[in-house]
Design a protein around this ligand. Sequence first.
Ligand SMILES: C[S@@+](CC[C@H](N)C(=O)[O-])C[C@H]1O[C@@H](n2cnc3c(N)ncnc32)[C@H](O)[C@@H]1O
Length: 366
Amino acid sequence: MYAVIFGKNPRLSEGEFHAFTRRFNLKVSVIEGSRDWLIFDSSSGIWRYFHWLGGSLKLVRIVGEGEEAVRDLEYSRLFTVSLYGRNGWKLWRKFGSEIKRHFKEEGPSKFFKPAKTYAMPAELILKGFPDVKDFVFLFREDGSFLVGETIKVTNPFELKKLDVERPVQKPILSIPPRLARIMVNLTEIRNGSFLDPFCGIGTVVQEFVLQGLKASGSDREEDQIRAAKKNLAWLRKEFKLKNSAHLEACDARKLKRCFRQRFDAIVTEPYLGKPLKRHPSRGEAIKLINDLDRFYYPVFESFADVLRRNGKVVFVFPAYKLSGGGIYRKERKWLGKLGFEVLGRYTDYEERHKLVRDIHVLRYRG
Ligand SMILES: C[S@@+](CC[C@H](N)C(=O)[O-])C[C@H]1O[C@@H](n2cnc3c(N)ncnc32)[C@H](O)[C@@H]1O
């Protein structure tokens, strides 16, 4: 039995996790879930693929249930404790001391304090994970709990490197590498040809190439293509990759002119409008979205020209946090008319942002 611990957008992480198990053909049966974690059984080697998840933090092997399960934990000289579903340092310390007492027969041990009552992957890696262990307590609402040991963490340092070490960066406008990884998983396509038609400096294309996919990227601006090429050359050298990507300048409304082939998937964050100075009113948000939709309509017509039947699109539409509170998200009937079926929708945003990413997963019926 395993648990996966979700990141800061748990609904998106859960959607990604299910898409990922289908994408890598991993047999998983869900046992129970809460907002921040999911318990499941799996006969497939999920740990071998775990690092390809963008939105999850940890893979935990469940050892047992309740206080007795502490006796079944494996000795470690240095460890920490992570609580989910409960916080409070008193409880955290109680479990740490209990584990230490139990380990006494095997040798001395120490536990260290993470920044919160659970350890984040970066803290664990810096302390020496997996030699240094992370014992996890997952609380249900009724107060009962499961006990486990973290066996894999996603690596925030690799994702950060992909962002801040590449030669050309565009901090505000480019998509976080973690989200690019999530969006690729949401396609559920394991192998195939992938296109980002608004590639900018190439964050999504970088992810295609890292995953060994047949990768193409285009952007209307020549200078963006030059930047994406520079970043790609850096990526190939840094990660010792043999494969590459086809990159060319192209208007996303005229893809047929640039690409003869048909793609299995399009993954993209398009132009999302000018940066906003303040939160829009509902009326302003409706106007902003309708103006942008007039641009997205021919873009989707053009997607239909270069997608295979049943091809997937993972597309970031804009939504807005309103000045009066709440979020404005639009329903787009025109997608259906163009042959695109909406399979899933997830919102993603940072507290300080006015724009909300309204991520759509679509299938092109052809
Ligand atoms: C939000 S940025 C994409 C950022 C990208 N995901 C990254 O990480 O660099 C949008 C990009 O769309 C491009 N763009 C705007 N209108 C376009 C069009 N009609 N066709 C193709 N690209 C366009 C812009 O040049 C810009 O690079």
